[in-house]
Design a binder for this molecule. Structure first.
Ligand SMILES: [Zn+2]
Length: 115
């Protein structure tokens, strides 16, 4: 019977850590955006940066999105969005509102502070 002492994880995480990374140019990714005029722009982002959902088109200033087939509509020509589109676009805000609502509900339903 073995002693069970063989595996001690001495080399956990040993991997190709030191690949040619000189620290001068962070890795970048190019993300294409298209505006309603079908201008394509490809700003580059640091690979660890959050890529925004929309990007201002450098040629005409309209908002550009990552979906070529469905670029964001020019704000001027679309004064009102459908409610659903609005909700989808603002879902992070909605999450925030929901969290707030839950917190308020918890406050209301919980017992009042007792001194
Ligand atoms: Zn444009």
């Amino acid at each position: 019977m073995g002693s069970g002492n063989a595996i001690r994880g001495s080399r956990v995480g040993a991997g190709p850590m030191g690949e040619a990374e000189r620290g001068e140019a962070a890795p970048r990714v190019r993300v294409p955006f298209w505006c309603a005029n079908m201008h394509e722009t490809r700003p580059s982002f640091a690979s660890d940066a959050a890529v925004p959902e929309f990007w201002d088109c450098p040629r005409c200033g309209l908002p550009a999105g990552q979906d070529e087939a469905n670029p964001p509509a020019p704000p001027r020509n679309e004064p009102y969005k459908t409610h659903l589109a609005y909700v989808k676009e603002r879902r992070s805000d909605k999450d925030g509102a929901q969290i707030l609502a839950e917190a308020l509900e918890r406050l209301r339903s919980s017992s009042r502070p007792i001194y």
